[in-house]
Design a protein around this ligand. Structure first.
Ligand code: NAD
Length: 321
């Protein structure tokens, strides 16, 4: 089992565990850090039929009373209205109302982790929570670092806080049920880590070139990405300096997402276009080594990711930026 420790002040340290089949050990791994008896598992409507039963069974086997709550899958659910419905579910006496001493588990992709984390941070002024991410994007990025948020009508992630989980349990086997589009969308963030910090990771990604070839390396790839992210978060938890490097390609990427009304490009796809564009601009300005954009674009294309945001109108780009 791979294990990383996130060092933060004020008793907010936590561990990240990565292992194939870890969902079946969820109860055991949570028992190590939580002495209470009640847990609410919150998941989305796609993940519920795939993995909720395994997680709930493992928690019950470890002696916990479990409440299971779900919400409709997808980014359009990541809003305050859904959060209110989660509060209702959490406070409902059926089978028990949650108190501050209980624990919440976020089981799902980045939408689930961000929104459940936000609900956990705000209900009763904070209920501890554990992340069990099930998409590649959530496993290498959103479940680590404590940024939790929901979207407002004015834009994405505008209502949020920093609220760290008590533990992160990553089971790479869950990636097996992702569609190719969602899998490669997450791979865009993996490529980002290669670009900002780790040429060996980049080389490995370059040598694989298909989902099947990546599969045997996934545990290690996830460990490397979480290690890079946790080290940066430890040095700049509140995103005022170094953490911004994690936003490589994201300034343009967020604009492309918005110009496509969050439906034309998924997050990672927009970031892929953003990384390629900013490397080209850097090369033109002489601040990025020549050939960088070419090497990046070749790999993005090999994994079926877009390299140019051709599907969104470019006239409003500057204003959107
Ligand atoms: P998502 O949670 O919507 O998951 C994508 C789709 O995959 C959904 O339909 C979901 O139901 C489904 N799914 C999840 N796990 C599955 C599995 N194992 N098998 C089959 N289907 C599965 O989206 P995402 O791409 O995981 O995350 C995107 C969100 O993450 C955005 O809201 C973004 O703002 C956020 N994000 C947050 C951070 C952060 O630091 N907090 C960083 C990056 C992105």
């Amino acid at each position: 089992m791979k294990q990383l420790h996130v060092n933060l002040s004020g008793g907010r340290d936590y561990d990240i565990f990565i292992e194939n089949g870890l969902l079946r050990q969820a109860g055991e791994k949570i028992k190590e850090i939580y002495k209470g008896g009640r847990i609410a598992v919150i998941t989305d409507s796609n993940v519920k039929p795939l993995y909720a039963e395994t997680v709930v069974a493992s928690l019950e086997e470890a002696g916990f009373g479990v409440k299971l709550i779900d919400f409709p899958a997808g980014e359009p659910s990541k809003n305050l209205e859904t959060v209110v419905s989660l509060y209702d579910g959490l406070l409902s006496p059926d089978p028990f109302p949650m108190t501050r001493g209980d624990l919440i588990v976020a089981l799902g992709g980045g939408v689930t982790g961000d929104m459940v984390g936000f609900a956990a941070a705000t209900l009763l002024r904070g209920i501890p929570f554990v992340q069990i991410p099930t998409t590649l994007l959530a496993q290498v990025d959103s479940s680590v670092g404590g940024k939790v948020a929901v979207d407002l009508k004015q834009g994405k992630n505008l209502a949020g806080v920093f609220y760290q989980p008590k533990r992160v349990l990553i089971d790479p086997e869950t990636l097996g049920t992702l569609s190719d589009r969602v899998f490669f969308d997450g791979l865009s963030e993996v490529i980002k880590y290669g670009m900002i910090r780790d040429e060996k990771l980049f080389d490995l990604l370059e040598s694989c070139r298909s989902r099947e070839e990546l599969l045997p390396h996934m545990e290690e790839i996830i460990r490397v990405c979480c290690h890079i992210k946790k080290e940066i978060v430890e040095r700049d938890e509140m995103d005022t300096g170094e953490r911004m490097v994690l936003n490589f390609g994201h300034t343009l990427g967020h604009a492309y997402e918005k110009l496509g009304n969050y439906s034309t490009y998924m997050h990672g796809e927009a970031v892929a276009c953003g990384m390629a564009a900013i490397c080209e601009i850097g090369e033109k300005q002489g601040i990025t080594p020549e050939g960088t954009a070419g090497r990046l674009k070749k790999m993005l294309s090999a994994y079926g990711l877009p390299v140019k945001a051709e599907k969104v109108p470019s006239e409003a780009l500057i204003e959107t930026l």
